[in-house]
Design a protein around this ligand. Structure first.
Ligand code: ME8
Length: 516
């Protein structure tokens, strides 16, 4: 048990279809943060799951002639399978059709109602089923066919029905004051600016229940209403901590969340509605909402009609979960949009994983096996260059720490891999294979320094390529309880004479064949 805690969540995904790489990308990003913090000595809770209510689910199920619950069961299982294929380290997987979630959602509703923030009226306005979102007339534009569309480009329909409303308008000033006091609350900055100016434009009260369908959580004491799907969806983050039991261990330890990792299209729900609901219910607001960008494929938006939707399972099958996550984390600036192309993925993984890290370990550890009787070599006095390499790794970890706290995952990976590149250059320039004849004692020193650098770098790399980094540590005979960041220090350095297993290649090389 640590006194440092960290709670990270992904958005919960709609199981109206199978997962795509956008979902996998988000999971991989949050996983890197969770792993990093665990390695840094925090007690971590990492939550992901599926968002199973709403009209979109009801309509998709109806079109397939199955019940919404059957649809949710079928596809939620695919998201669970994705978590497994990605080697995700999530501590919980929430489904919003679970009983614990109904209890939490009804409890928060009751708190908002007791506060006087909920009233009954008639909603008459626009709704996008695809976005599960209400839009103001002024936000809509027209598509080529002259049909009204949302700012996300999705179709909207006119809705008129009895509904409960949340007094969102009463929270504009409180939200603006909160953003001002907590400039780190919404990231990246571009999203913060968007949200701030939207709130400054004035907020209208929000319709938070529906009466024309029943696939949702019943409103307390008004069972003809089901909650608007986003009220229940956002509540998932506290359901998983045992809400309404706010005196329970998990809630006390992990709330407010350190970061909700989401995609940029759902910033409004997380940075406006969610803090307003929480303020109303007298619950602390999360520390950060970070919106990553959207992925495109070969420069194009993913779409079923274009036929370029990439199946994450196929990619993971081809590249393995380490290389899959590494490509996206290293190549894409987490706050910006990013692109997947097979060729770029092959090139990036070959360069950074197979060549830089993999070859370095394979070449140095094979030399140790052959020339040092498979034991950690005994170093002589270290030169400035030897020391400089080893000394550069702690600052890299510090850079990564700062980057992780700001959700700049690409910078965190970059900081570590820059030192992997340095270690590679060190090894090549020291030419231990030449020293073998000319100065075997110096060869041992170079091999020792290289192995020690690999040990430290592999400990850090466990956050990003957990399987491969773990194999490097196995090859250095590092016990499982000596693999935390705290063990990267000089005090825990490799002990000369320790037996080492036979090394074997860790990261594969991939091929790209250009399509005709
Ligand atoms: O929005 N690239 O669910 P969802 C990157 N249930 N990320 C993408 C993406 C892409 N091309 N497409 C989608 C929902 N995402 C709600 C969330 S949270 C309380 C409820 C991201 O299945 C998207 O931005 O449509 C979101 O963060 C996540 O995938 C799930 O999207």
């Amino acid at each position: 048990m640590s006194d440092k805690s960290y709670y990270v969540t992904t958005a919960i995904h709609y199981p109206n279809g199978v997962p795509h790489i956008g979902h996998a990308y988000e999971m991989a990003g949050a996983d890197a943060m969770a792993r990093f913090k665990r390695l840094d000595g925090y007690d971590v809770k990492f939550l992901t799951g599926t968002d199973e209510h709403g009209i979109k689910m009801a309509q998709t199920a109806a079109a397939r002639g199955i019940t919404p619950k059957e649809l949710a069961d079928e596809n939620s299982a695919q998201f669970l399978r994705l978590a497994d294929a990605l080697n995700l380290s999530n501590d919980d997987f929430i489904r919003t059709t679970e009983e614990r979630h109904k209890k939490a959602s009804q409890a928060i509703w009751q708190r908002m109602q007791d506060k006087g923030d909920i009233y009954e009226d008639i909603y008459a306005g626009w709704y996008s089923v695809r976005d599960e979102a209400y839009y103001d007339e002024s936000e809509l534009t027209k598509n080529e066919a002259g049909k009204k569309i949302s700012p996300q480009g999705t179709p909207v329909e006119w809705v008129e029905e009895k509904s409960f409303f949340f007094r969102l308008s009463a929270y504009s000033d409180k939200l603006l004051a909160f953003y001002e006091q907590h400039p780190e609350f919404i990231g990246p900055k571009a999203r913060r600016n968007e949200i701030t100016s939207f709130v400054k434009g004035g907020l209208r009260d929000l319709s938070i229940s529906r009466t024309t369908f029943d696939w949702g959580i019943p409103v307390p004491d008004a069972p003809e209403h089901v909650m608007y799907v986003w009220v229940d969806a956002l509540t998932n983050y506290i359901t998983a901590l045992g809400y309404p039991d706010i005196d329970g261990d998990d809630f006390k330890k992990f709330w407010p969340a350190d970061v909700h990792v989401i995609g940029k299209d759902i910033t409004r729900f997380h940075a406006i509605y969610w803090p307003a609901f929480l303020m109303s219910a007298d619950i602390d607001v999360p520390k950060k909402v970070y919106a990553h960008g959207f992925l495109t494929v070969d420069g194009q938006k993913m779409s079923k009609s274009v036929g370029n939707v990439v199946d994450p399972f196929e990619l993971i099958e081809e590249f393995g979960s380490d290389a899959f996550r590494f490509y996206f984390l290293r190549e894409v600036n987490f706050g910006n949009d990013g692109d997947y192309s097979h060729e770029k993925c092959v090139n990036r993984c070959n360069a950074d994983l197979a060549n830089d890290f993999g070859n370095l370990a394979q070449r140095s550890l094979s030399m140790i096996a052959k020339n040092c009787d498979s034991k950690v070599p005994t170093p002589g006095e270290l030169t400035d260059e030897d020391q400089a390499l080893l000394d550069s790794i702690a600052p890299a970890l510090e850079e990564a720490r700062t980057a992780i706290d700001e959700c700049l995952l690409h910078d965190a990976v970059g900081a570590i891999w820059q030192r992997v590149g340095d270690a590679n250059r060190y090894f090549a320039s020291q030419e231990p294979w030449v020293l073998k004849k000319s100065d075997p004692a110096r060869m041992e020193t170079v091999l020792y320094v290289t192995a020690e650098a690999i040990r430290r770098l592999a400990i850090a790399a466990q956050a990003f390529t957990p399987i491969g980094a773990g194999k490097f540590l196995d090859m250095l005979n590092i016990p499982a309880d000596k693999r935390q960041f705290a063990h990267m220090s000089e005090a825990e350095k490799l002990q000369p004479g320790t037996d080492l297993p036979q090394p074997s290649p860790v990261f594969k090389r991939f091929e790209h064949e250009a399509k005709e």
